[in-house]
Design a protein. Structure first.
Length: 400
């Protein structure tokens, strides 16, 4: 009996030892499978080691040297660019263009604005770069700014029989909007915008004989849809000046005028007529078009840009509706007071002795904005490698 119990105890002990041993083996294996966590200093050393391996011609070892840092996400964008440049050079030497191209695309995802040059980078990398681009196909932007409008008379009209003098002070308004650029290449873009603008003008008209004075404060709301071609230069990695020219469709949402008329009597007394703003939208041609031109500069902030833009918009349409400048809006006429709504003289004639000229408006605006490039790293269908290829052949000829 005692022998049977001893055997049972021995078997239990053996099973316990075996289970514990298997547990230790499993833990050791699991620990061996965990990713290696490297510090920033470790990754700096790895980059230096990879560069040394590249210079020593040990190309096959470079991917394994950089693997843990790349997989662990420990590298900054600048370090990623350095790592992928080293890998690109190694794969080019190893005659693996697909792997080199794949790593160059990863480089562009880390820094879409990276552009190698023949002075700072191997000519093979410059040649490779010409086959890829990260230039955004579409670039949205948002804008906010101020404007000043200029009243331009086409043909003067007046209720006064005397010679008049006039002043047209500049009115300050504002605009807000958004647009999108379709980037044809790194420099040329086709752009469209949608802007909401508050504009207007002031006029002071004085009779040279009687001294009577009429002042008009015009306030307008517009929707502008400019379409233009833009050309942009890259002075350095941060500064991008640009210029553009195009046309704009303009729609007048509403217009009202604040009138004041001062009747100067021969005795020296004055009779002043004024009142609330008068809606004159019906007296205007609401659809018009303009020629647009401007210039500005972008400044890089991270992967985005801020910009300043100075624009001149020259109105090409007469804004006064010749058939309605004498009459009130039909909706404002009381049918009980007059039989024909369309022939009721407007208050700016009957009370303020003012008749609108045929006129157009120019506008100068200063806008500040934000640009969000939608970077798209990709291979170019038709690579622009001719110039670099000639440089490579030239270098090769010198080395013979």
């Amino acid at each position: 009996m005692s022998e049977f119990v001893d055997k049972r105890l021995l078997m239990v002990a053996l099973r316990t030892i075996l289970s514990f041993s298997m547990f230790l083996v499993f833990v050791a294996f699991a620990q061996g499978q965990q990713p290696v966590v490297l510090s920033d200093a470790d990754c700096d050393q790895k980059l230096a080691q990879a560069d040394a391996e590249l210079n020593a011609g040990h190309f096959y070892s470079i991917p394994s040297v950089l693997k843990d840092c790349l997989d662990g996400g420990r590298l900054s964008n600048d370090q990623l660019v350095q790592a992928y440049l080293i890998l690109c050079q190694a794969y080019l030497v190893l005659d693996d263009p697909l792997a080199a191209g794949d790593n160059y695309l990863k480089l562009l995802r880390a820094n879409p604005e990276f552009v190698p040059n023949e002075h700072d980078h191997p000519i093979e990398i410059v040649y490779l770069s010409k086959q890829y681009t990260a230039t955004p196909i579409f670039t949205p932007h948002f804008r906010l700014g101020f404007n000043g409008s200029f009243y331009k008379a086409i043909h003067s009209l007046s209720t006064e029989p005397y010679t008049l003098t006039e002043q047209n002070p500049i009115r300050i308004g504002f605009q807000v909007g958004a647009g999108i650029d379709w980037n044809i290449n790194d420099n040329l873009s086709l752009c469209v915008e949608g802007d909401l603008a508050n504009r207007g003008y002031d006029r002071i008209i004085t009779s040279s004989v009687t001294g009577d004075e009429a002042s008009i404060n015009a306030n307008q709301w517009w929707i502008d849809v400019p379409l233009y071609v833009k050309y942009m230069l890259t002075l350095n990695k941060n500064l991008r000046p640009f210029g553009y020219v195009g046309i704009s469709g303009n729609y007048l949402i509403s217009a009202n005028n604040q009138f004041t008329f001062t009747d100067v009597k021969p005795t020296g007394g004055q009779l002043v007529a004024e009142g609330p703003a008068v809606t004159v939208t019906n007296q205007r041609n609401q659809f018009s078009w303009s020629v647009v031109g401007g210039a500005g500069v972008r400044y890089k902030v991270g992967k985005n840009f801020v910009y300043a833009d100075l624009r001149y918009m020259a109105g090409m349409t007469n804004l006064a509706n010749e058939s309605t400048i004498y009459y009130k809006d039909a909706a404002e006429v009381d049918p009980q007071q007059i039989g024909s709504k369309s022939h009721y003289l407007t208050e700016n004639i009957t009370r303020y002795r003012y008749m609108s000229d045929l006129f157009r408006m120019d506008n100068l605006s200063l806008t500040f904005g934000f640009v969000k490039p939608l970077y798209d790293p990709r291979k170019i269908k038709k690579a622009r490698t001719g110039k670099v290829a000639r440089s490579i052949r030239k270098e090769g000829g010198k080395n013979k």
